[in-house]
Design a protein around this ligand. Sequence first.
Ligand code: AMP
Ligand code: GLY
Length: 430
Amino acid sequence: MKILVAGGGGREHAICLALTKNANAELYSVMGKKNPGIAQIARETFIHPETDVPAVVAFAKKHNIQYAVVGPEAPLEAGLVDALTKEGIGCVGPIKAAARIETDKGFCRRLMNKHGIDGCPAYKICNTPEEAAAYIRAYPGDLAIKPTGLTGGKGVKVMGEQVDLEGAVEYAMSLKNQVIILEERLLGEEFTLMAFVDGKTIVPMPLVQDHKRAFDGDKGPNTGGMGSYSLENHKFPFVTDDDYAKAISIMQATVDALSQEGNPYKGVLYGQFMNTKTGPKVIEFNARFGDPEAMNVLTILTSDFLTITEHIIKGTLSPADVSFENKATVCKYIVPTGYPENPRAGDVISPGPAENTVLYYANIALEGGVLKTLTSRAMAFVGVGDSLKEAEHYAEAACKNVSGNVRYRSDVGTEALFAKRIAHMKELRS
Ligand code: AMP
Ligand code: GLY
């Protein structure tokens, strides 16, 4: 089975490793920069922007590709799935019109509203920075300010967190020629719920919690994600069974709404939820696996990913196709010093001993047998254990053994941080 994976990050390395566990998978890769982990296992790699749709389609046709898995959002927005589908290549990843659930935050909120889907925060769409600024000044509480388009996870400023009133106005005014969405600030604990979707059926994966802020203690600017963890029971104590059921029904209702609109959704749907005092609210949807969250779940996927891929494409997915090991996972990204604002590229990194962990490469160069940093997240370790404590111990030990001009968040998955999350939720609901 010839299968093409688009994208070259840690997420895509995890996707590629999961697919090639099946000996029938013959892997092809297109990626903007060469990921050494993917290059090692792919039959052929095409180092080229994944967003160049005609070039990717030509590569796929040349190699008689049967299936494709699209990792990042940019090629989805560029219409890669639409073009591959036209050539008879089945895709894990939505068509452009369905990917708008991620690529156009205004579309997402309007869809939720129109179909009466639960968990939509109060929002206001503004067509000019001036309109947004006036709304922010007049609004009685805190808002989250976001451009409606893609920003790589770095476009959101939350009042009371990153900005005060004046900072919010200033930020909105800087978003020239962009449509801006203002949302009520949600308070609670965030969690990620990803599901495989075949157009109608959704099959959930373990819950994961991501850490977007650059530094320990959730300090510093937002990043693409510094690390993430999941528990051995695939749930969180700060998400009750009722919260979980609501989150699932929000995801199902969203998939149903897209189908009713004539754009059935196939691929991975990523729900980013804020679990508030009154239950889960949708911060956003993504039209793909999360990065780093993909590494948590794919590391413990026990069923065959190639079979899941086929069922998604054929519309025959069932919960029986998907199972995960009852293990906890902790993923920590190693990033160049100065990331995200002033990352230093070109420094040598040497991983040391690592026990009970899986290493995923991301934005990293392999030159003459030596690994070097580039300007983004370099590589990630996923520790796997019977408990969070054990998984964190393995991930932390592996990260500590890396030498080079790099850093990572040592608090991801620690008992102290986990206890804080639980206490926060208790306090909110008391
Ligand atoms: P996003 O790019 O939409 O995933 O947002 C990045 C981060 O901003 C999220 O992980 C949240 O921590 C925060 N955020 C986004 N929207 C809101 C909101 N309405 N209320 C509170 N925090 C938010
Ligand atoms: N980890 C957040 C994202 O992939 O968007």
